[in-house]
Design a protein around this ligand. Sequence first.
Ligand SMILES: [Zn+2]
Length: 156
Amino acid sequence: MRHPSVGVIVHYQSYGTPGGEYLPEPRAAIITAASGPTDPLSADEPPENFAVGLCVLNPTGLFFKEEIPFAANPTPGHWNWPPNVDVDSEIQALVELSESRPCRRCDGCGRVANSEDAEPWSEWEALPPGSDLAVQMGVVRPVTCLDCNGSGTVDL
Ligand SMILES: [Zn+2]
């Protein structure tokens, strides 16, 4: 669950004029105060539970307001997440994907030797000619690393 925090840019839906001369419009707004109902925050606190202070960036000037309630969809007088928030979460998912680390057993090469100690195969491959007799003779062979199933990486 995403929590509003100070300094984050959100949308504030402006009020239109009663006669309809001006329609409600989304405005960029910076969160100036964010307090939740519980302290400390629980991780699954929905944004509905937050009333935030905003500095609303109108085209013609700034507008400050406190205790603005959240609305999932743009609602006059409420704040909401900008529509591109899904892009943020996709980027976040990509970042999490990249947070895998090289497998320690095979040193990231995905294969280990079939020797007793099952050294990373990259170590055997790096042996200088003459020292790799066991490899040349086929006594030591690479096998798929079972820690990472040959992918070379494990999730954090
Ligand atoms: Zn491995």
